[in-house]
Write a protein that binds this ligand. Structure first.
Ligand code: GLC
Length: 781
């Protein structure tokens, strides 16, 4: 159009063809130290290193200025005093804690991180910290032939991410969730490297669009960002569990979830009326199929206005919620960030009047289209807005709601870029910056606003929050579901590595839409998926508008009975799962684990995608293909007992296992134990009986476990009203010896005692409890 003006020779026309050149940080010029922080001035930029603990070090490179160490939205932990020794020669400087050593080469400036024994964790070679003139910052790290990569939050594909490259940019992706679909809704710029049984971690705390490349070279991997500082933490490990403990020490752990949130959730886009919801609840009760939560998707609202109910469809939500509560069922409504532009709508009016919405720098509100039509978006990066938004939730908590489902919080916008203009400014708690920098934390901060607001209003009850988008640290506020998957067998298969890698990324409370969201599910797929769902940390059946309904009874009696069996099984396992969730809240270790977490020296586990552990001793090997009733199961070290059949399998090899449609292969390691309760009824979900099942092993085998219980819904545990038993189980020559090593807390459960039973074919003459033989063994509480 402007070709006949000087625009035809605009210098910009040339830019496409010119590759951006990385500039190296160059040689070290000067160094200074203050406390845990070392400050380096190099030829082309500035680097700071800070020891957070003796196993965590932070490295920050800024090409233009002394690195800033404040402002992280992910990190919640301050540095502690760490003893650091320093050795210096002409060419090198070594900074050492008792567990980590930074080997810094001076010319050029290279930082290689080793453990105290000199084993290289993260190395730099020919290339190191670099940047481009356009603001891109990048780290080039040595890739070892035996390196395997895990984590990266929510990604499609297989468990081991070597040979892949990923981008972090929270995105609403309705379709297709293929192995190549990247990025998805969550950005967790963190990974763990496993090399010959030893593990370390890297967290790249940069909220711009970031890229991780373990694909382009076999000698080197790279992580880079569109802008900001090259700001990363290295975790020394030395095994997968300690890496995760270190990462979650820095970014936080899940709050202990309420028991009801660990039950079965039923959802649909949407159950559209009060009658429909009541009838649904009634079906569950009549059929004795357990359900703890019914989700209300967008149709409950008045024209999709958040914090409203449609008066025709839902004339009396308070009564609905109370009646369902009497049936033992809670209601979780969806809340999206988009606030409808409607000058007669109170939330919009208040948002505009009190200046809560995201704006362009010139002062105009940013509007984008989502479900309600043209909408404004709260600026969650400001405390004032977070607290305003949190307060709005009294609308729900006042009528008995204890859980919220946050969706579309990437934020999703129906436009070409799928999101807000990157030029929109955020207040950012006094450090204003653009959406380009803060896009990836929008969902996290909405989660913070919602969780904290709900917590304030619930008077001591634990809020439940489900979110679609997030950033590192999202686990502190919300559980995560993996978004709009489809009713494909491939998506059932993919959900395992996805949930396991989320778990390895600190997000312990996750799960996919069971049955698949879009596309029509079918009887067999729903059945097999429910078997898996019974053991994924978050267990919700959800399906999309326009596709087949997929409640447990939709495919006839035969399938209903199997599905019911597995939903009930979820509740039988709850005492064990709840103890593992307690562990996750204390240590960061996930409930559902890849085998490599328990067997990091066994290379056969490094890319095992179709089996998983629940805790450290229960292994699930589901069938995830149609018409299949046999599968290979890799048994790691130990001897394994299949629960349903009592069949014993030797570890260290692969076995063929048979499982009809009604069977889910569950194996428990010999010499260990697990806790189960019984399913009672929807109205009162507390188990009447809790049993410790001991799987005897070889004489001398000893196993320690933690059993945790409390009221399941309040924060009273924070003031000592809980019960924690540290139990030791030992296999003896002729029986098992169960000891309670310690009992803590002031909570006494209704079941008063724990029964003890043995499982498997090893003959057991007697069971000793705390030193005395008993015919009807119980642990008195
Ligand atoms: C998004 C969500 C989906 C929800 C739908 C309607 O697609 O991912 O779970 O049902 O929006 O709210």
């Amino acid at each position: 159009m402007l070709q006949d003006t000087s625009f035809a020779i605009h210098p910009g026309h040339d830019q496409q063809s010119r590759p951006m050149i990385y500039k190296d940080i160059g040689a070290l010029i000067t160094k200074e130290q203050s406390g845990n922080r070392h400050q380096f001035t190099c030829e082309n930029g500035f680097v700071s290193t800070v020891f957070y603990t003796d196993t965590i070090v932070r490295v920050v490179m800024n090409p233009n200025d002394t690195p800033s160490l404040t402002g992280s939205r992910a990190v919640i932990t301050e540095t502690v005093d760490v003893a650091v020794t320093e050795e210096e020669s002409d060419t090198e400087l070594i900074l050492k804690t008792s567990r980590l050593a930074l080997h810094i080469t001076k010319t050029p400036f290279r930082v290689t991180v080793k453990d105290a024994e000199g084993y290289e964790l993260v190395g730099e070679g020919e290339r190191g910290m670099s940047f481009q003139a356009n603001g891109v910052v990048a780290a080039f790290k040595t890739m070892h032939p035996a390196d395997h990569f895990y984590g990266f939050g929510e990604k499609t594909g297989h468990l081991d991410k070597r040979g892949e490259s990923y981008e972090m940019w929270n995105s609403d992706v309705y379709a297709p969730h293929n192995p190549e679909t990247d990025p998805l809704y969550e950005s967790i710029p963190y990974f763990m490297t496993l090399r010959e049984g030893r593990a370390h971690g890297v967290f790249f705390d940069n909220t711009f669009r970031t890229t991780f490349d373990m694909k382009s070279s076999e000698e080197m991997y790279t992580f880079s960002a569109e802008g900001g500082q090259l700001d990363y933490y290295i975790f020394a490990g030395p095994d997968p569990k300690s890496v995760l403990e270190q990462y979650t020490y820095l970014t936080g752990r899940i709050p202990l979830p309420s028991k009801w949130s660990l039950g079965y959730h039923q959802s649909r886009y949407s159950y559209e009326t009060e009658e429909e919801v009541r009838a649904l609840a009634q079906q569950f009760v009549e059929k004795d199929i357990p359900v703890d939560v019914i989700h209300l998707d967008i149709h409950y609202m008045d024209g999709y206005r958040v914090f409203t109910f449609d008066k025709e469809r839902f004339p009396n939500p308070e009564k609905l919620i109370a009646d369902l509560r009497d049936m033992g069922i809670r209601v979780v409504p969806i809340v999206d960030p988009g606030v409808k532009k409607d000058s007669e709508y109170a939330v919009y009016q208040e948002g505009v009047r009190e200046d809560h919405f995201c704006k362009y720098i010139e002062g105009d509100i940013y509007f984008g289209e989502v479900w309600p039509g043209i909408s404004a978006f709260p600026d969650f990066t400001d405390e004032k807005v977070r607290s305003w938004w949190g307060d709005q939730h009294a609308f729900y908590t006042d009528i008995g709601v204890e859980g919220i489902w946050n969706d579309m919080n990437e934020p999703a916008v129906f436009n070409e870029t799928k999101t807000m203009d990157v030029t929109v400014m955020h207040g950012n708690d006094g450090r204003p910056t653009t959406h380009r920098e803060l896009h990836n934390v929008y969902g996290l901060l909405m989660g913070e606003a919602t969780y904290e607001g709900m917590k304030k209003q619930l008077n001591g009850k634990r809020p439940f929050l489900l979110t679609r988008a997030g950033y590192a640290g999202v686990q502190r506020y919300a559980s995560v579901w993996t978004g709009d998957n489809r009713s494909f067998w491939e998506h059932l298969q993919m959900s395992l590595p996805m949930v396991m890698n989320l778990g390895l990324s600190g997000v312990a409370f996750t799960g996919p839409d069971v049955g698949g969201f879009a596309h029509d599910t079918n009887a067999e797929l729903l059945t097999r998926w429910t078997q898996v769902g019974a053991f994924t940390p978050f267990f919700r059946n959800h399906s999309a508008i326009g596709f087949r309904y997929q409640e447990p009874w939709q495919f006839g009696e035969k399938y209903e009975q199997i599905i019911k069996k597995y939903i009930q099984m979820r509740y039988q396992w709850l005492p064990q799962l709840y103890s593992l969730f307690y562990e996750a809240s204390v240590t960061g270790l996930p409930v559902m684990r890849p085998l490599l977490m328990e067997f990091p020296h066994d290379e056969k586990t490094y890319n095992l995608n179709d089996q998983f552990m629940i805790g450290d001793n229960v292994m699930i090997a589901p069938i995830m293909q149609p018409s299949v009733t046999d599968r290979a199961v890799y048994m790691p070290e130990g001897t394994w007992v299949e629960l349903a059949t009592g069949e014993v399998y030797e570890g260290g090899m692969t076995h063929l296992v048979h499982a009809e449609l009604e069977d889910l292969p569950i194996f428990v390691k010999q010499g260990t134990a697990f806790m189960q309760g019984d399913w009672t009824s929807n109205v009162d979900k507390q188990p009447q009986n809790v049993t410790l099942h001991v799987v005897p092993g070889q004489p001398g085998d000893t196993y320690q476990m933690v059993y945790y219980d409390d009221d399941g819904e309040t924060f009273a545990y924070e003031t000592g009203v809980y019960m924690r038993l540290d139990i030791e189980v030992r296999t003896t020559e002729d029986g098992v010896d169960v000891r309670v090593l310690s009992k803590q807390g002031a909570f006494t459960p209704a079941y008063k005692a724990i029964k003890v039973a043995t499982v498997g074919q090893n003959p057991v003459k007697h069971v000793m409890i705390n030193g005395s033989v008993s015919n009807e063994p119980v642990i008195d509480l």
